[in-house]
Ligand binder design. Structure first.
Ligand code: HBZ
Length: 803
């Protein structure tokens, strides 16, 4: 598209859609009009991609996830289509602020955190690698809540992201399917003497798919993210007469559950899970029928991925269709199902392992229940005599009055993976050890990755351009090419240029901070960043304790040498997670205290930015000097902000947890600050039960002063929260070993501050972190899923031509 064509198209669309002239358009109208143009640009490729897959009978993978967190899409789509520079300069020439236009877009925030963002990174990489892979999920009317701070407390506001429409989605009326809930199922004999399930009194809901194109980077691949929305089918209108009854139905896809680990067995959540699973599986089978292949070969064409246990019902739903609709035998159906399904585990936190009350499933999803019962029965029968009874009891799906979804996933799939080496090893050796004994060949590791397109190319243009200038542009398609930056470790000119790029980003963030919080920060201070969900195990509190220690040091000795630092937090807490909310309040009050203390004199600032989301992450990450990855060893399955920050040249302060272990191996000990208990030490404490927070407290006056600050009035305005935090550490013996790790944490922080003064050393470390970050590209992660688990490959265009 030429500049002239673009302007003409823009002019026409503004006229047609808004009955106004381009000159008088506001960023809102421009955003919609440009969005329409972009969609039109990839419409043909989108159609062609689908046709190509169909004609070639391409084996495809379907990534089922209850969360997707793509963020904004205008800039990323423009970049993928190679239109970014032209559109930006044209829009600016026309007298508009391009940034303002981008900021009009609501984040698509249909996810909580790591798991949902990973799903979106993966879709981006599948398309960019020309791999036939699609997403399947829920089109929530309301995404993750908007966070505000009122008097330092988190307040949640609804995220009505669809209010002003969504240019990216296409409603596909003709591909709607029915999903059935409740009723009774009984078995009826057929003429040939078999038993067939017959259902009566079911509630039938309509699932409407909304498709979003996932545009590959500089290629012609556009894959599909299919999100389902619920409606009352016309045939059922009569059954839902009152507004309340209709609302009950519509509630199903109304809101994303805002808790990212601790699900409480709520019926609506279970219904959401079955709804998008059933709709997705039905639409896959319907598509397969178009290929005119026998159902017995469906596993050659379809790979289904279960992203954590939320889509676990894929397994019994696929069984239901094969058994009830295609009349296949149990054995045949089971073989096909297991060979199509694969599962990723994202957490070892016990409270996050999904279990559903048996009665709830039996009553609301009777056919699912029957099938799960039969899977469980056969599992027990087949293993009895071969394995010890207690092992069988620990691994079966139905235990007491609960259904264990992870057990269903492992038993009903051919692959179970963790998301970083350490995590996958822990699954095998501890958390899922019993299953590892049963099915060692099913277990594998797929270390997470991120898409450098969004997190470096798009978010950090100063750095991206500098990398181009230094080593050429090949890294944009082959991220490990960034390794060539290693040749410039000693090149002072390059190091200075990198420093300047970082400085430019810090200035931009400083402006944003001032605009949104009124806090003035010094761009030459260390920008120390911790951005992630608020969770006790992630230990934002440890960070806060160190901040308090620095504060007391300065108060005691105002003349001391102190390397200025700005601590930047971004974190949402689940609305029902009171402890996490207490920590938010405490951080905000400590910020208040320190930011206004004249003795500190701007040498310390604490900034808690509201409403952390993908777009805010894109602002913060390029400006970070330090990346806080300080979870208690064994608790963070992988982490992905660690990879994004590293890629942008931040130096990691890390415990030996999750993917931090692999980051250390990549950059070398000298280019990362590691501290804290190791996996072995943590497990030793568990085994011996001899951890005493009180003993550590009693012996360390610094720790005493820091902890007392929560309850003795030093931090104003936090009576209740301060007590809760204090008690968690002493009365309840510090579940995540903060006190144990506190001293080593402070030691590496002191070292870091000194190193920061040595600009050349620091810049070199920073460059090495970027240079070594290519291996954490999700392009490679997805390729490993494609090769090892899904067995999908790009369309062979040559073969297509020969045909
Ligand atoms: O998944 C995160 C992990 O905490 C993080 O370490 C990892 O990098 C990321 C991507 O693999 N996990 C989540 O975001 N969420 C959950 O693990 C989860 C588990 C059960 C639930 C809800 C969320 O019911």
């Amino acid at each position: 598209m030429t500049r002239e064509e673009f302007i003409e198209d823009l002019r026409n669309r503004v006229r047609e859609s808004f009955a106004m002239e381009l000159e008088t358009a506001t960023p809102n109208e421009l955003f919609v009009a440009i969005g329409q143009i972009v969609r039109a640009c990839y419409a043909k490729s989108w159609h062609n991609t689908r046709q190509r897959y169909l004609v070639n009978k391409q084996r495809q993978s379907y990534y089922f996830s209850i969360e997707f967190l793509p963020g904004r899409m205008l800039k990323s789509n423009l970049m993928s289509l190679g239109l970014l520079d032209m559109v930006r300069s044209t829009v600016e020439e026309l007298g508009f602020e391009f940034e303002e236009v981008l900021n009009v877009e609501n984040d698509m925030a249909l996810g909580n955190g790591g798991l949902g963002r990973l799903a979106s990174c993966f879709l981006d990489c599948l398309a960019s690698r020309e791999l036939p892979g699609n997403g399947n999920g829920i089109r929530y009317d309301y995404g993750l809540f908007k966070q505000q701070f009122v008097d330092g407390y988190q307040v949640e506001l609804p995220d009505a992201w669809l209010k002003s429409g969504n240019v990216w989605e296409v409603r596909r009326e003709s591909e709607a399917v029915e999903v059935r809930f409740g009723g009774n199922v009984y078995m009826q004999p057929t003429k040939d003497g078999k038993l067939k399930p017959v259902a009566e009194n079911e509630r039938i809901l309509r699932a409407i798919p909304y498709d979003t194109g996932v545009v590959g980077y500089h290629n012609d691949t556009v894959n599909t993210l299919r999100l389902w929305s619920v409606e009352v089918p016309e045939s059922e209108e009569g059954k839902y007469r009152s507004i309340e009854e209709r609302r009950m139905v519509e509630d199903l896809t109304a809101v994303l559950y805002p808790d990212d680990s601790n699900e409480q067995g709520r019926l609506t959540r279970l219904s959401q899970e079955y709804f998008f699973v059933s709709a997705g599986i039905q639409s896959i089978v319907r598509y397969y029928k178009k290929l005119k292949m026998p159902i017995s070969r469906i596993n050659e064409y379809v790979a289904i991925h279960i992203n954590d246990t939320h889509p676990a019902l894929c397994i019994p739903e696929m069984m239901r269709i094969l058994l009830d609709e295609f009349d296949l035998s149990w054995e045949k159906s089971w073989g096909l199902t297991v060979s199509m399904m694969s599962y990723t585990n994202h957490t070892i936190m016990q409270e996050a392992l999904e279990k559903w009350p048996l009665q709830m499933v039996k009553y609301h999803l009777p056919r699912m229940f029957q099938i799960i019962e039969e899977i469980d029965r056969r599992f027990v029968t087949n293993l009895t005599g071969l394995y010890p009874d207690d092992l069988i009891q620990r691994t079966r799906i139905i235990q007491g009055d609960q259904i264990h979804m992870a057990n269903l996933c492992i038993i009903g799939s051919h692959s179970t993976n963790g998301v970083a080496k350490l995590h996958s090893d822990l699954l095998k050796s501890v958390v899922l050890h019993d299953f590892y004994v049963l099915y060692p060949e099913r277990f594998n590791n797929k270390t997470n990755g991120i898409t450098q397109r969004r997190w470096l190319q798009q978010a950090n243009e100063p750095l991206a351009n500098l990398i181009d200038k230094t080593i050429g542009t090949s890294w944009r398609k082959e991220p490990t090419d960034m390794e060539r930056l290693m040749n410039y470790c000693e090149d002072n000119e390059v190091l200075v240029a990198f420093e300047q790029a970082k400085q430019q980003n810090k200035l931009a963030l400083a402006k944003y901070i001032e605009k949104t919080t009124n806090i003035k920060v010094q761009p030459n201070a260390i920008f120390d960043v911790q951005i992630k969900r608020l969770h006790a195990y992630k230990r934002q509190l440890l960070n806060l304790m160190h901040i308090l220690k620095c504060y007391f040091d300065l108060k005691d000795n105002p003349e001391m040498d102190f390397v200025p630092r700005v601590w930047i937090f971004g974190a949402k807490a689940a609305p029902s997670y009171t402890y996490a909310k207490a920590i938010i309040k405490a951080i905000n009050e400590v910020a208040n205290l320190i930011n206004h203390d004249p003795i500190i004199n701007d040498r310390m600032k604490v900034v808690f930015l509201e409403n952390y989301n993908v777009s805010l992450a894109e602002r913060i990450i390029p400006a970070a000097d330090v990346s806080e990855q300080i979870s208690l060893a064994t608790k963070e399955a992988s982490g992905t902000s660690n990879m994004k920050l590293m890629s942008n040249g931040a130096i990691t302060v890390a415990t030996m947890d999750g993917a931090n272990v692999e980051i250390r191996a990549a950059v070398g000990d000298e280019n990362i600050y590691t501290f804290g208990l190791t996996e072995e030490e943590v497990y030793r404490y568990y085994e011996q039960g001899n951890y005493s927070a009180q003993a550590i407290y009693d012996q360390d006056p610094v720790i005493q002063r820091v902890l007392n600050a929560f309850v003795d009035g030093t931090i104003p305005n936090i009576q209740r929260e301060g007590q809760e935090i204090f008690d968690s550490l002493l009365r309840y013996n510090d579940e995540f070993f903060l006190l144990k790790d506190f001293v080593p944490y402070c030691q590496v922080q002191a070292k870091l501050s000194q190193d920061y003064l040595n600009r050349e050393k620091w810049q070199k470390m920073s460059l090495i972190n970027t240079a070594k970050s290519g291996i954490f590209s999700a392009d490679y992660t997805v390729q490993r899923y494609a090769d090892d688990i899904w067995q999908i490959a790009p369309v062979d265009l040559h073969k297509e031509k020969r045909n």
